[in-house]
Write a protein that binds this ligand. Structure first.
Ligand SMILES: Nc1ncnc2c1ncn2[C@@H]1O[C@H](COP(=O)(O)OP(=O)(O)OP(=O)(O)O)[C@@H](O)[C@H]1O
Ligand SMILES: O=P(O)(O)OC[C@H]1O[C@H](OP(=O)(O)OP(=O)(O)O)[C@H](O)[C@@H]1O
Ligand SMILES: [Mg+2]
Length: 291
């Protein structure tokens, strides 16, 4: 029988971004409506959609070998799992999600200490309780099933602890962020038993490497050009690179070929300088992965 890795894809906010990232990494995951068992074009993998709030629990038990979930929920559940790597992406951006303390715009609260005796509504109850207990601020923390922002608008609570990415929900409800409590990024988790199994560990590491290298390549490009040998010192000085630019000789010529990897944003600054220094035949190409 083939070796198979049981892998959890986070259902909900991180679902589409995770599937897109796997696509860049070389795996086609297809999710059909109402089915919790996505197809994947890898006979060594079985995928299952699991809520990020429960991923840690199932990975800890070994029900699934590995999976991706926000670090916020892994910590909340104090799951005993191996954190293989972190990846910086959220629902719509490549930034961490932020858990923030939020109040109504007319609230006088300026810091957590002003919430002495207050009622705080949140989905992340354990973390919030620990946060205030560590600061000796007595508060009443209530579990929220969602639409949490509405509760502080309505006066159902004094403050909320909520996750934010773009800030649009907080803004749309006219709320104010008091302070940041925690940042969270998706993490690749493995069960201790899968990590101890040489085949599964290698498979998980392969997935981690390819997902991370796909993220690393985003916004990066390669730039290649011909340069007169006499100007090579000046040209390499203006070229950003991962390590050092690659330089090779053009056949039967005293010109050199120079190649370098850089952020796409740097290209518009670098190209005019390269032209002034005598570079010719400049080409820019996209990158799929940086390993
Ligand atoms: N824009 C975002 N909104 C909410 N959670 C996000 C966002 N970006 C990343 N996350 C992460 O996604 C995980 C929460 O996923 P979940 O699917 O529960 O989000 P949700 O939008 O609250 O789901 P639901 O639609 O069921 O309320 C957390 O780990 C959180 O840090
Ligand atoms: O900062 P933003 O980009 O606006 O994203 C954050 C919002 O997205 C999530 O809401 P969700 O869609 O899960 O609704 P819910 O409150 O009903 O869970 C989260 O709970 C915030 O409300
Ligand atoms: Mg939600």
């Amino acid at each position: 029988m083939n070796n198979v890795l049981n892998f959890g894809i986070p259902k909900g906010s991180l679902e589409n971004a995770t599937v897109e990232l796997f696509k860049k990494a070389g795996w086609q995951i297809s999710i059909s409506s109402r089915s919790y068992f996505p197809g994947v074009d890898d006979s060594e993998m079985n995928c299952k959609l699991i809520r990020p709030q429960e991923m840690g629990k199932y990975v800890e038990r070994g029900t699934i070998d590995a999976g991706i979930a926000g670090r916020d929920w892994v910590r909340e559940n104090e799951a005993d799992v191996v954190e293989v790597c972190e990846m910086v992406y959220s629902k719509v951006s490549r930034r961490p999600a932020r858990w923030v303390l939020v109040v109504g715009s007319d609230s006088k609260v300026q810091g957590p200490e002003d919430l002495h005796g207050a009622t705080i509504s949140t989905e992340l109850v354990g973390f919030t309780k620990r946060y205030f207990a560590e600061r000796n601020i007595p508060v009443n923390v209530e579990f929220s099933w969602g639409a949490t922002e509405a509760k502080v608008v309505d006066g159902l609570c004094d403050a909320i602890v909520e996750v934010t990415e773009t800030g649009s929900t907080i803004k749309a409800n006219g709320l104010r962020i008091v302070c940041d409590l925690m940042e969270s990024v998706p993490v690749l988790l493995a069960s201790t038993s899968a990590w101890a199994d040489p085949w599964k560990r290698e498979k998980i590491e392969q997935i981690a490497t390819l997902l991370k290298s796909s993220l690393a390549a985003e916004g990066m490009v390669g730039l290649k050009m011909n340069a007169p040998a006499s100007r090579i010192e000046a040209i390499t000085k203006v070229l950003p690179s991962l390590k050092n630019p690659t330089i090779s000789h053009l056949y039967n010529s005293d010109w050199l070929s120079v190649e370098s990897i850089m952020s796409e944003k740097e290209v518009r600054r670098v190209v005019p300088e390269l032209l002034k220094l005598g570079a010719e035949g400049i080409i820019e190409y996209p990158l799929n992965k940086i390993i």
